[in-house]
Design a protein around this ligand. Structure first.
Ligand code: G3H
Ligand code: ZN
Length: 287
């Protein structure tokens, strides 16, 4: 059954590793991420953006699909179903639909409004056993129409939001959604250390996990990051494997056009990519 992300991230923080949030986009994605987690005995967070929720025919559809898969696939590792970059309204809908965790992305509100809405959602989530993530300092790049500038969070604002009782916090440290540009200056470990200094045991979140060099990932974990989000990298390997299948003319061989065959190379590529990330993050064997 679904669990909130609170316990798995507390263990990750104490154990100096990170749990991956892998965004899901459809049935094949969900099955691939769960397969990887079960094979590696890793806790896992399934991230659903508001756009992906719409694409998958609504939050209740996603909850039914994920709960069904956990049962039918005999998934025994801890799985959290998490709204990613949620609006206030999106959080309320997902809480109602049966998600086990939500992110309230209040980084574009004035800090006072971010605090007011976060306070309300913390009370609601904890009253229903859900975990809640907050964000300070918007993440750069574009995801599902949400465009951030890649700011560095103000550690004092992070402390203010952390004191509201959120379970984990995404602090912008120069990270960007999507592919990193060649002139990217890297993560601000100075900001991360300053945020960690003020927020203590609170698990920190690194968004924009795609394309961050392994040594930076390791350093971020050492400095307090316990959750790392990855989406684009899985989309890229899915697209490349599918392209190769079609360019090889496999879709024209026999019933190669059957979606269960056509989508399989991409799904298999996601399983391998997710396993690679779980090993890099150190969450394998931690279920
Ligand atoms: O919230 C989702 C992640 O931040 C995705 O980032 O697509 O750059 O891996 P990414
Ligand atoms: Zn993100």
């Amino acid at each position: 059954m679904l669990v909130s992300a609170t316990e798995m991230l507390k263990k990750a923080k104490a154990g100096h590793y990170a749990v991956g949030q892998f965004n899901i986009n459809d049935l094949e994605w969900t099955k691939a991420v769960l397969t990887a987690a079960e094979e590696l005995r890793s806790p896992v967070i399934l991230g659903v953006s508001e756009g992906a929720g719409k694409y998958m025919a609504g939050y209740r559809t996603v909850v039914g699909m994920v709960n069904g898969m956990i049962k039918e696939m005999d998934i025994s590792v801890p799985v959290a179903l998490h709204l990613d970059h949620g609006s206030y309204e999106g959080c309320l809908k997902c809480i109602d639909a049966g998600f086990s965790s939500v992110m309230f992305d209040g980084s574009h509100y004035p800090i006072e409004e971010n605090i007011e809405k976060t306070t309300e959602l913390v009370k609601l989530c904890h009253g229903k056993g859900l975990s809640i993530e907050a964000e300070v300092g918007s993440i750069g790049g574009e995801e599902d129409g949400v465009v951030g500038m890649g700011e560095c969070a103000d550690p004092k604002e992070c402390k203010m939001i952390a004191d509201l009782g959120v379970d984990f916090l995404a602090a912008g440290i120069g990270n960007i959604h999507g592919k990193y540009p060649a002139n990217w200056k890297g993560l601000s470990f100075e900001t991360l250390a300053a945020v960690q200094e003020l927020t203590g045991e609170l698990p920190l979140v690194l968004h924009g996990g795609t394309g961050i060099p392994d040594d930076m990932i390791k350093k971020a974990i050492d400095l307090g990051v316990s959750k790392i989000n990855v989406n684009t990298e899985c989309q890229l390997v899915f697209a490349e494997a599918t392209r190769k299948y079609i360019e090889a003319g496999k879709d024209l061989e026999g019933k190669g056009y059957d979606p269960r065959k056509l989508l399989k190379p991409g799904a298999d590529a996601i399983v391998e990519k997710v396993k690679e990330k779980m090993i890099l993050f150190g969450s394998d064997g931690k279920a």
